[in-house]
Write a protein that binds this ligand. Structure first.
Ligand code: NAP
Length: 317
């Protein structure tokens, strides 16, 4: 069995070593320019078109992340580069769900417990009481109720926040799951976000979800709401956020992802006092968990078994 690994930075060696420990019979190689040789499996992140050229024997392509916009393109324009009939498989959790729950809970609790306000007061040398918030006044709306969104929603629920979530389709769980109010489709969007005090974005980036975090949505939230964007930068209309921060409609934003990464030095977000910036670290791809998951799926495919996590390129996730 031949496995070809690609990463834009060329640093594939740690993955080659780690995968070889799980799949001892496999020939594993890192991609070099001009490599058009056969491979049974491709393991990759943000591939160029050359990596994706049809290869003899190719059975599956594994993406080294949960989001596949780096393969399909923001508007699905990369889908036609995929070799026909070869499944694209994304990472499912692989240690990311716990990281995401920690990050979003930390940001939500910071706003709820007013630590952002106390930070600002400390900078002014102010010792000043702030009236505590009530959980009942802090409904959270989570956009995306998939592997990560559902885990995050449940973590927030455990802190006592009233939590609503939004997904594309209605599933078996009905209108509630673990105390979380579920909404779906275009018809369910307003009921999910209306009056929310915290908005968390965990949608995949697809043609339908690009620019979803916009002025129209911000106006539906409670006055002085908070935004936590941990999905993709292209979900957010940046000028709309800056305007909503100016007007007070949005009281603060925690942003882990940006349209251009690294965030350019002259970007206004750096100087916006109520914007918290982190460098795309909310949920990192953990090599051990990732390799174990991919190796397990390769072994299952070799036994002729079905696997989960196969992306639907027409849906975009
Ligand atoms: P997932 O399991 O595929 O879940 C996606 C969720 O979004 C599903 O609930 C899906 O609805 C919903 N959805 C998709 N399109 C929709 C639409 N048009 N309208 C309403 N709901 C829609 O994905 P995941 O593993 O949770 O990951 C989510 C995203 O997180 C990734 O795509 C990636 O962009 C981002 N991410 C960021 C980081 C980071 O470090 N910042 C790390 C990992 C992932 P259904 O349930 O009906 O299918």
């Amino acid at each position: 069995m031949d496995i070809l690994i690609y990463s834009p930075d060329g640093k594939t060696a740690p993955y080659e070593t780690s995968l070889a420990e799980h799949l001892r019979e496999a020939n594993i190689r890192g991609w070099q320019p001009g490599d058009a040789a056969p491979a049974d499996y491709l393991v990759l992140w943000k591939p160029n078109a050359e990596v994706l050229l049809p290869r003899a024997r190719l059975k599956a392509i594994f993406n080294l992340g949960a989001g596949v916009d780096g393969v399909l393109g923001t508007r699905g324009e990369g889908a036609h580069h995929l070799p026909p009939g070869v499944p694209l498989v994304r990472l499912e959790d692989a240690g990311m769900a716990d990281q995401m729950a920690q990050y979003v809970s930390a940001a939500a609790l910071r706003y709820f417990r007013r630590l952002d306000v106390f930070d600002a007061q400390q900078a002014q040398g102010q010792w000043k009481f702030q009236k505590p918030n009530r959980l009942t006044d802090f409904p959270v709306a989570v956009l995306g109720y998939g592997t990560l969104g559902a885990h995050v929603a449940k973590a927030l629920k455990a802190f006592g926040f009233p939590v609503r979530a939004w997904r594309r389709s209605q599933r078996g769980e009905g209108m509630h799951d673990s105390g979380i109010e579920l909404h779906h489709g275009d018809a369910g969007f307003d009921a999910c976000v209306s009056g929310a005090r915290i908005l968390v974005n965990l949608l995949p980036l697809t043609p339908q979800t690009e620019n979803v975090l916009n002025a129209h949505l911000f106006a539906k939230l409670a006055q002085g709401a908070f935004l936590i964007n941990v999905a993709r930068g292209a979900h957010l209309v940046e000028d709309d956020l800056l305007a909503a921060l100016d007007s007070g409609q949005i009281a603060g934003a925690t942003l882990d992802v940006f349209r251009t990464e690294p965030l350019p030095a002259d970007h206004p977000f750096w100087r916006a006092p109520r914007v918290t910036i982190t460098p795309h670290i909310s949920a990192l791809t953990l090599r051990d968990e990732t390799v174990a998951q991919i190796a397990g799926k390769i072994a299952a495919l070799e036994r002729g078994e079905a696997i989960t996590g196969i992306v639907d390129p027409t849906r975009g996730y």
